[in-house]
Write a protein that binds this ligand. Sequence first.
Ligand SMILES: [Zn+2]
Length: 160
Amino acid sequence: MEHTEGNKWVLELIQLSRDVLKQSYSPYSKFPVGAALLTTDGTIYTGCNVENACYNLGICAERTAIFKAVSEGHHSFKAIAVAASSDVLDDFISPCGACRQVMREFGTEWTVILTARHGSSYRAYSVEELLPMSFGPHHLNQNKIPPGSIVAEVQEKNNH
Ligand SMILES: [Zn+2]
């Protein structure tokens, strides 16, 4: 859904995602991206894309912000705003598939705010909308092997 006006926190998040663009390390793509992530307890983490001479080691702004938050103990998120430099993008910025999967790890019902080149216009989607029918943590909990059981099995075999 496209919006031109938003809650105060949405506009703040958008502004922070734009502010962090200046930290982007993107000498190869020259495609600066910024993200601002709001946790459910009200903490905000920003992130930018960080590229590398070994191209495939670069990381997107969204994952930078999410990993910063997780490394500080946050697993519950309300929203993430994503912005690209106005020099390189005409349309709304959109998270790549890898970032959508990382977002999904922390729930499907939080909000992804995609910003446009100019002004306060944005689009808001749930993670579920951006990554339907996704693979998630609950898939791995089915038939879960109890912790230590594999070690016990190996020890059992070694004893015979
Ligand atoms: Zn990405």
